[in-house]
Design a protein around this ligand. Structure first.
Ligand code: NAD
Length: 252
């Protein structure tokens, strides 16, 4: 049976589908991922070339070189004008019809919610939320991008930072708890657009104990195809668009 037909048959035999994804879900919206050939790790930018990408996204950089941190954040993490693609829209539709119970995402771009998804566990936080690292005061979602101060500062004197999980920091507990519960209750798991190399996030898929596993990822993830495991090595937006068409779902 061809891939799309198998994918739909698995959905038809499932009541509780969960999606686990990463940066590859948003590449078709124009946001580079990290590790693809056009990804952030392979872009050369004289201003940031002397730094390792992991450093620019680390707690150490925020603390020791905040000007560099915020310059990088403003240049590379501003996704406010970006629109969701067919991958985000298809998942929102699957939730609307009651099949999909949760999206677990490593992304910080808010595009699942922009597409209409309601139950989204953002296990690396969101660049659309900001708070003061001293007094915890919440700041509007575009505060850091709009601020003219090189280091955005709260009235209490603390540094205002995005609510994202940087390297060396712990993951948000509520999102992690919700994600683990959703994954452990799912009977079908769709993994897409992630290299599964960022830990501990990638290890959460081990909580899945259901019937069907579907991987939609352009690069190889080292998971073997089987009777109940379907691997599709294509662009996720294109795969979902094809599935939507076959299911008579409107995701325009
Ligand atoms: P990654 O860059 O390590 O891997 C992306 C994977 O997606 C690759 O395997 C690639 O082959 C695949 N891919 C890319 N485009 C695809 C497409 N259209 N269809 C199918 N597969 C596609 O990303 P990751 O695993 O998410 O880990 C990196 C970390 O980067 C995460 O923690 C995430 O927070 C962060 N990040 C987020 C964003 C965002 O919010 N949009 C962007 C870049 C990085």
């Amino acid at each position: 049976m061809e891939d799309i037909a198998r994918f739909i048959e698995m959905q038809n035999n499932s009541e509780n589908i969960v999606f686990f994804g990463g940066a590859g879900v948003s590449t078709e919206s124009g946001i580079p991922d990290f590790r693809s050939k056009d990804g952030l790790y392979n872009q050369h930018d004289v201003q940031f070339d002397k730094y390792r990408p992991e450093y620019l996204l680390s707690h150490s950089c925020l603390i020791t070189e905040p000007k560099v941190y915020f310059e990088f954040h403003r240049q590379k993490m501003d996704t406010r004008a970006i629109e969701p693609n067919k991958a985000h829209k298809y998942l929102a539709k699957l939730e609307e019809i009651g099949k999909l119970k949760a999206v677990v995402t490593q992304n910080i771009d808010g595009l699942h919610q922009k597409a209409g998804s309601k139950k989204v566990f953002e296990i690396h936080g969101s660049a659309l939320r900001n708070y003061c690292s001293r007094c915890n005061k919440i700041y509007p979602y575009d505060y850091i991008f709009e601020s003219k101060e090189p280091i955005p500062t709260c009235e209490c004197g603390g540094v205002i930072r995005p609510d994202i999980t940087l390297y060396e920091e712990g993951l948000p507990e509520d999102a992690v708890r919700g994600a683990i519960k959703a994954l452990s209750e799912a009977d079908m798991l769709i993994i897409g657009g992630t290299s599964l190399t960022v830990y501990p996030a990638a290890s959460f898929i081990n909580y899945f104990n259901g019937k069907y596993l579907v991987i939609i990822n352009e690069s190889e993830l080292g998971i073997k195809e089987g009777v109940n495991t379907l691997i599709i090595r294509k662009k996720i937006g294109e795969v979902f668009a094809e599935a939507a068409k076959a299911q008579g779902m409107d995701i325009e």
